[in-house]
Design a protein around this ligand. Structure first.
Ligand SMILES: [Zn+2]
Length: 460
């Protein structure tokens, strides 16, 4: 009786009084079963808790990254996969070391909370001193060339708070962190301070990758300060000069070998059409990588856990992929695509979760222009079945690790959770298990499972 009522409600919500078909009824029932199983029995939060507490921060090439890989492979090995294998790749390694940042205005010390940018060079432990000059745009540097020599350049353009989707604000501000040290070094600056990529004013510094471009003349250190400290520093600069003194033992280390993990269930009818679910197992070294991206890894495993618990036999090949080295190189995503292309594979769909373990809102997708309109139209036919779970389907970004698969002409899909709190934790010491809500995490995995099921049943 209860099942009948659920079916009735779901189908009425989705299609009005008409349009019910037998397969739609089956799909609606199965999606309900996915959510029931996920929300009452999934172990995904337990896996994430164990990963965060036992492996901890998992920077590529670190012992913790191998510990994390080994733990999640053990979790996968307890499930009925047909095969589990590694795709090897080389990864860069980086040692954060220790650093100091002292700011002084008219003989008075200004306290700051700071962290070295990932992949930054240090000062070899010696002190580097310079007057701070505030800059808002990378493009402004050329016009200020004669003012930058021996200075410490302070990039202070905030993430735009008027943008509702915080990833858009991040995308428009992060050039300062990624290219700031490389570009300022060309004009003789001694070091760079970057305003943290955060959505709000707080005292938490955010690390993240900085890149020294090939034509970088001088590789100078980059440090992030919290948004609160950036506001304070900017106020002091309005009233006179501020001197920075920096020391850092950060240093790159030789590349080393690592791997991504692939676990596969062969499809019974269309084994050559692969549906991938994945996240990246590496993280920055100052938090536990709970939201970024332990959450995406355990949600991807939850997809398989749920389908197996429901005794589902996929028509298409389903792969769970845990990528290494998203944060500072993307060598896991690149090497996986190379492996896949070399084997003539076709990913019909790849779904990545790498935007935090928050309440899912829907999915955004992209593909090669040649196939995108048709694939999106086909995907959109699932919308009425997902609508009861408050999930949309739209055009947009998918995921850094799966992007290299675009040339296979399948659909690349990203899980879109609520983004409002993501940049409170992203790349910080606060990205830890205490900030992941178990139910929100499981809802994300259930959303991914639902989409995998629908694509497996109906294709694209
Ligand atoms: Zn990530």
């Amino acid at each position: 009786m209860q099942r009948f009522l659920i079916l009735l409600i779901l189908t009425l919500l989705s299609f009005g009084m008409t349009g019910q078909s037998e397969s739609t009824d089956q799909d609606a029932f199965f999606l309900k079963d996915i959510y029931t199983q996920s929300l009452s029995k999934s172990k995904a939060y337990h896996w994430l808790d164990t990963l965060c507490r036992t492996a901890g921060p998992r920077l590529s090439g670190s012992q913790a990254s191998y510990d994390g890989l080994a733990y999640l492979e053990a979790v996968l090995s307890d499930m009925a996969f047909d095969t589990i294998f590694h795709v090897d790749c080389m990864v860069p390694r980086w040692h954060r070391g220790s650093h100091t940042l002292d700011l002084e205005h008219k003989g008075k010390a200004i306290p700051t909370r700071s962290t070295m940018l990932g992949n930054s060079l240090g000062t070899g432990g010696s002190l580097v001193t310079g007057d701070i000059i505030e800059v808002l745009e990378l493009d402004s540097l050329a016009g200020m060339a004669d003012q930058l020599k021996d200075k410490v350049v302070f990039f202070n353009r905030p993430m735009d708070p008027s943008l509702v989707r915080t990833f858009h604000a991040y995308g428009r501000a992060v050039d300062q962190r990624v290219f700031g040290p490389s570009r300022a070094g060309k004009y003789g600056a001694k070091a760079v301070i970057v305003r943290s990529m955060a959505s709000q004013i707080d005292t938490i510094p955010h690390t993240g990758v900085t890149v020294y471009e090939e034509d970088a003349i001088a590789k100078i250190p980059g440090i992030a300060i919290s948004t609160y400290d950036a506001e304070v520093l900017s106020d002091y600069l309005d009233n006179g000069s501020v001197q920075a003194t920096i020391s850092s033992t950060s240093t790159p280390l030789p590349d080393t070998s690592s791997y991504s993990i692939v676990a596969e269930i062969k499809g019974s009818e269309y084994p050559d059409e692969i549906i991938l679910v994945g996240g990246h197992i590496d993280s920055w070294d100052i938090g536990q990588g709970a939201h970024d991206d332990g959450a995406g890894c355990v949600q991807s495993i939850q997809v398989i856990e749920t389908l197996l618990a429901l005794d589902y036999k996929p028509k298409r090949t389903i792969r769970c992929v845990l990528f290494i080295n998203e944060e500072n190189g993307l060598n896991g995503g690149k090497s996986y695509a190379e492996y896949s292309n070399a084997n003539g594979e076709y990913h019909l769909a790849a779904i990545e979760s790498d935007a935090g373990g928050f309440t899912p809102r829907g999915f955004s997708c992209t593909a090669d222009e040649a196939v995108f309109i048709d694939k999106l139209r086909n995907l959109k036919t699932f919308e009425p079945l997902l609508e009861p779970y408050d999930l949309y389907l739209k055009k947009g970004g998918a995921g850094a690790d799966i992007n290299p698969l675009k040339s296979q002409n399948g659909l690349l899909i990203g899980l879109n959770p609520d983004s409002q709190r993501y940049f409170d934790y992203h790349h910080t010491a606060e990205d830890k298990i205490e900030h992941v809500h178990p139910r929100e995490l499981l809802l994300g995995g259930a959303a991914m499972t639902s989409l995998v099921y629908l694509i497996d049943q109906h294709g694209l």
